[in-house]
Design a protein around this ligand. Structure first.
Ligand code: ZN
Length: 254
């Protein structure tokens, strides 16, 4: 867990207009536009392996036997541990994000689509990496859906704005400094230099910055079109605060 927990100055988060974009992935659970990385917790992986081991043991016990019953209890306990560890990690992460920013922009990640996608045109690294065997479970385990659910209700409760942008937006391939769009960017490329403005980019931080810019454009915070192509509002599942002010604000801005 690389998250630095800021010491909270009272009132700080209420007054500061701090906005962040969040890029979700597999290598790191999340990368924030201000450069922070949230690593996937190792202990979760370890607990998942324990669970698998107990499940294998259980299948070796004769049905209806006392040993089988004991083994089943162990499996159930291992299950709970995995679930609690994941929930705990997600809660700490989302609470921290909501504390430090009053606008949070995320991509609309369809987790099921990510796990079964056969298309090579996806831009978000996690989705492509997912096609490699063995990582499907890692994706399910990292809990993007639950992450979003928690962000939604915590943002609403704290009066923060959550903006969800279109998942087809090419956030990785667009230069966050000048808007130059690369024709392709291989998944193994972690750093690149923009041919347009020579800015050196960390792949994930650049993506998070673009997600933030796209979210600002969607929410009508920033006049003009900020990398606006391909960005759209995602309808019904957005918290009210993210949707309502949009149309008028956007018109005023242009
Ligand atoms: Zn550039």
């Amino acid at each position: 867990m690389t998250f630095a927990v800021d010491t909270d100055e009272p009132g700080h988060t209420d007054e500061a207009r701090h906005e962040i974009g969040v890029d979700l992935g597999v290598k790191d659970f999340a990368v924030i536009s201000d450069g922070e990385r949230v690593a996937n917790p190792r202990h979760l992986e370890r607990k998942a392996r324990n669970l698998a081991r107990y499940q294998r043991r259980m299948t070796r016990c004769r049905r209806g036997s006392m040993n089988r019953r004991k083994a089943r209890a162990k499996v159930a306990r291992a299950h709970r541990k995995v679930r609690h560890a994941r929930q705990d990690f997600l809660h700490r992460t989302t609470t921290n994000l909501v504390r430090r920013a009053d606008t949070i922009v995320i991509e609309d990640l369809n987790v099921r689509g990510a796990m079964s996608s056969a298309s090579g045109t996806l831009d978000q690294p996690g989705r492509n990496v997912a096609r490699k065997s063995g990582l499907n479970r890692a994706i399910a385990d990292c809990g993007w859906g639950e992450f979003r659910r928690q962000l939604e209700y915590k943002c609403e409760r704290a009066g923060r704005r959550l903006v969800v942008i279109d998942r087809w937006y090419p956030s990785s391939k667009t230069c966050s400094a000048c808007g130059h769009l690369l024709s392709e960017l291989s998944l193994s490329t972690r750093h690149w230099t923009c041919p347009g403005c020579r800015t050196r980019h960390d792949r994930d931080i650049n993506a998070a910055k673009n997600i933030l810019a796209a979210g600002r454009a969607v929410a009508g915070n920033t006049p003009g079109d900020v990398c606006g192509a391909g960005v759209s509002r995602q309808g019904s599942s957005l918290p009210q605060s993210a949707v309502k002010q949009k149309p008028r604000a956007a018109r005023r801005a242009t």
